[in-house]
Write a protein that binds this ligand. Sequence first.
Ligand SMILES: Nc1nc2c(ncn2[C@@H]2O[C@H](COP(=O)(O)OP(=O)(O)OP(=O)(O)O)[C@@H](O)[C@H]2O)c(=O)[nH]1
Length: 149
Amino acid sequence: MNMEILDTAGQLGEDSTNQWEGHVRWGDGFLLVYSVDDRESFENIAQLKNFLDDIKKPRNVSMVMMANKTDLERERVVSTDEGEKLAQTLACAYYEGSALLGDGVIGEAFEELCREVRRRKMMEGKQRRRSSSQQVKQAFNRVLTKIYS
Ligand SMILES: Nc1nc2c(ncn2[C@@H]2O[C@H](COP(=O)(O)OP(=O)(O)OP(=O)(O)O)[C@@H](O)[C@H]2O)c(=O)[nH]1
């Protein structure tokens, strides 16, 4: 599977909403990153998820949550427990690590995101197939009803 990564760069605000909408429609999966030393970045995650849901509905969003900058342990203001709990609430996988240390966790988070995108595409494909075979059955039944009535 080929993967193209787009860094949205910048905060979500009034002016950037339209530009972000295009990114979100284009994307299959989203890695939502916050810094463990920045509570505001953590609080933005739930808001971002709502934003993604609104644009992607009725489809579900494939996402993974990533807590970055664990090398700054002394400046940490968001605990692992809080991160894990939010990920549970948002029903997504949770990783924490440090881009600076290059501890490999970021690669793992991307790999999980790819798996999640694949799983969701497979599920959506199955649902589409199921609903089209149901349509065929219903059409067939309508024809039979006409013939025998
Ligand atoms: N200590 C530490 N600093 C990091 C880490 N990852 C990124 N940084 C630093 O954090 C700052 C912001 O990094 P960016 O990659 O620009 O983060 P961003 O969220 O994409 O920022 P915007 O594009 O402005 O939204 C830079 O100074 C990075 O060097 C990390 O794991 N540990």
